[in-house]
Design a binder for this molecule. Structure first.
Ligand SMILES: Cc1ncc(C[n+]2csc(CCOP(=O)(O)OP(=O)(O)O)c2C)c(N)n1
Ligand SMILES: [Mg+2]
Length: 563
């Protein structure tokens, strides 16, 4: 199709044709928004329209879909659900995930007249979107939808909001002369691979090669760029240990000899020790934010640093830089590798040995916990079983809080074909995000890890998974409470909580396997660690959504970060 070929069509037809053109396969929504467009999607496309149980989980599903595939995830809500949807964009915003949220909104003819269910929702989308726009004239749909995709996937990706006129976005029923032109280049991340300035690449490489004790910290930008292989190749060529952020965990398998683990707050002790012993830190695709740096204690501000990022504004934000490179991670790493002086690797032998010794000390320290036979089950053992038994092409989806700490620190990816996506901070994100990931990439196994407090948030979506055959496997670390909060309450109670204090963070004991069965999924309850591998194998082979309810120790606390 070419620009200049307008024809009379409805907004709904235009939306359906454009979403199809952008290779959208699923839309996650709570009715009623885009009613007419949904009817047209049925007539004109194979797009699945998933009616889910809350706008927040619709946004999280779209987010998981986007993180797993790189394609924008689409979610929608009518005006009364718009802020629930905005709440769900918070995590996508923090994670730089390309989600496009479509809501119904105000009609200029009636606004300010106390219209039923109506408030001005647009400002609430402002802090969680890269582009927050209203469409009042149906003829603007083509250019605004293109702008939404373009903005979501370019530069540092992120969410976009389009509000359609009408409480249900009824603008889509109107007709105009339009052309449903799509730009396939903007159908996924990365849309472009900006080349770095050659002199900046050489300067950064020189500093890296001169360092005796450098470390790489790989962030989510490496996964967005698909640069894991180039990262590992450069690290191998120059013999540099690699720590990752939680977002960048799948940039290097955990069993690679140069991998030292996840650094920062939800981390592995060995990674923080290596980063803090380094004489140079090379950040690649990392915001150098509070989580990755344990609030700028790992490494300490003032540690010599270089940084590579697609977003020029990220360069030097938190660490003054000896060299900055602005470009796509994959092309930048390819260039560095082409110029790399392999002979310089020799001078880092002692440093590599030291980093590997630190990793060995971590393994020795946690060997017993990782292999513990205790019942209730230790979360460390659960993570270790997952390291051993998650399929080598799996997408692992992880919630925040303790789930993020346990899996960030204790779980290892074992194959470059595995992916790891995680909540950027919102408890309850992982279960719906895992369903979204499975929708996007149905041929790959999806294994989600969540605590019980996290799982409760969107437990109704078990029904959605059963209805739509979204065969993700969800592992619930079920300790009967939100026990990450235990330490904080110990503190405010002066070291020893009262019995009544436990009402602040514990729940009734619940059998999630039974609930899952009642809602149409496979439910398996695991009370002995040794039973977990068979449960996981059964769940992966079930051909239905599965919930593995693992009964774990409420007194088990994840180690706090070392700085
Ligand atoms: C939306 C949101 N609200 C509150 C929190 C704070 N928070 C972090 S972990 C946690 C409890 C987690 O409980 P659970 O998922 O059961 O894991 P556990 O700590 O028991 O292993 C809470 C309330 C959060 N991260 N996100
Ligand atoms: Mg819990």
């Amino acid at each position: 199709m070419q620009i200049g070929h307008n024809r009379k069509m409805t907004g709904a037809q235009c939306i359906a044709d454009m979403l199809k053109g952008y290779e959208v396969t699923h839309v996650f929504h709570v009715p009623a928004v885009m009613r007419t467009a949904f009817a047209e999607m049925e007539r004109r496309t194979d797009i699945k329209r998933l009616h889910v149980h809350g706008e927040k989980s619709a946004a999280y599903m779209a987010d998981g879909y986007a993180s797993a595939s790189g394609k924008p995830g689409i979610c929608g809500a009518q005006v009364i659900g718009a802020l629930n949807l905005a709440a769900g964009l918070r995590d996508a915003w923090l994670a730089h995930s390309p989600v496009i949220a479509i809501t119904g909104g105000r009609d200029p003819k009636t606004k300010f007249r106390r219209v039923y269910q109506e408030v001005d929702d647009v400002p609430a989308f402002e802090p969680v979107t890269k582009f927050n726009a209203t469409i009042d004239d149906v003829a603007r749909l083509p250019d605004m939808i293109r702008q939404a995709f373009r903005t979501a996937v370019t530069g540092c990706p992120g969410p976009v909001h389009l509000q359609f006129r009408g409480n249900e976005g009824q603008l889509d029923a109107e007709e105009a002369d339009m052309e449903p032109l799509v730009e396939p280049q903007f159908a996924r991340v990365p849309a472009f691979r900006p080349e770095p300035d050659e002199a900046s690449v050489r300067a950064a490489l020189q500093i890296l090669q001169n360092a005796a004790r450098p470390v790489i910290v790989a962030g989510g930008g490496v996964r967005a760029s698909g640069a894991a292989a180039e990262l590992v190749a450069l690290a191998e060529a120059l013999q540099i240990p690699v720590a990752t952020s939680l977002n960048g965990k799948d940039s290097i398998p955990g069993n690679h000899p140069l991998s030292v683990g996840v650094c920062g707050s939800y981390s592995r002790e060995s990674a923080n020790r290596v980063v803090n012993a380094a004489d140079l830190v090379c950040f690649i695709g990392s915001e150098t934010g509070g989580m990755t740096t344990h609030f700028w204690a790992v490494p300490k501000i003032g540690t010599p640093a270089i940084q590579i990022d697609i977003d020029p504004e990220a360069l030097g934000r938190n660490y003054p830089l000896a060299a900055a490179v602005n470009g796509d991670a994959k092309v930048t790493l390819t260039r560095m590798l082409a110029h790399a002086d392999h002979a310089s690797a020799g001078k880092r032998k002692a440093w590599i040995a030291e980093a590997q010794k630190i990793c060995g000390e971590w393994r020795d320290k946690y060997k017993d916990a990782l292999n513990a036979d205790a019942a209730p089950i230790r979360p460390e053992r659960l993570c270790h079983e997952l390291s051993k038994h998650v399929p080598d092409d799996a997408i692992v989806v992880v919630d925040t809080g303790h789930a993020g700490m346990w899996m960030g620190g204790m779980f290892d990816l074992t194959s470059p074909r595995q992916s790891y996506i995680r909540s950027a901070g919102h408890l309850g994100w992982a279960f719906p995000a895992g369903l979204g990931a499975k929708c996007a990439v149905p041929e790959r196994p999806v294994v989600t890890f969540t605590g019980d407090a996290g799982f409760w948030y969107h437990i109704a979506e078990i029904e959605t998974a059963a209805r739509w055959n979204i065969n993700a496997v969800t592992v619930v670390n079920n300790n009967g409470g939100g026990n990450q909060s235990k330490r904080g309450f110990d503190r405010v109670y002066g070291g020893k909580q009262t019995d009544k204090a436990r009402e602040l963070w514990t729940f009734r004991q619940t059998n999630f396997a039974r609930i899952a069965e009642d809602m149409g999924a496979l439910g398996i309850r695991v009370e002995q660690a040794s039973a977990f591998p068979a449960a996981l194998a059964q769940a992966l082979a079930a051909n239905r959504p599965a919930v593995i309810d693992v009964v774990t120790d409420i007194d088990a606390l994840a180690p706090v970060a070392v700085s």
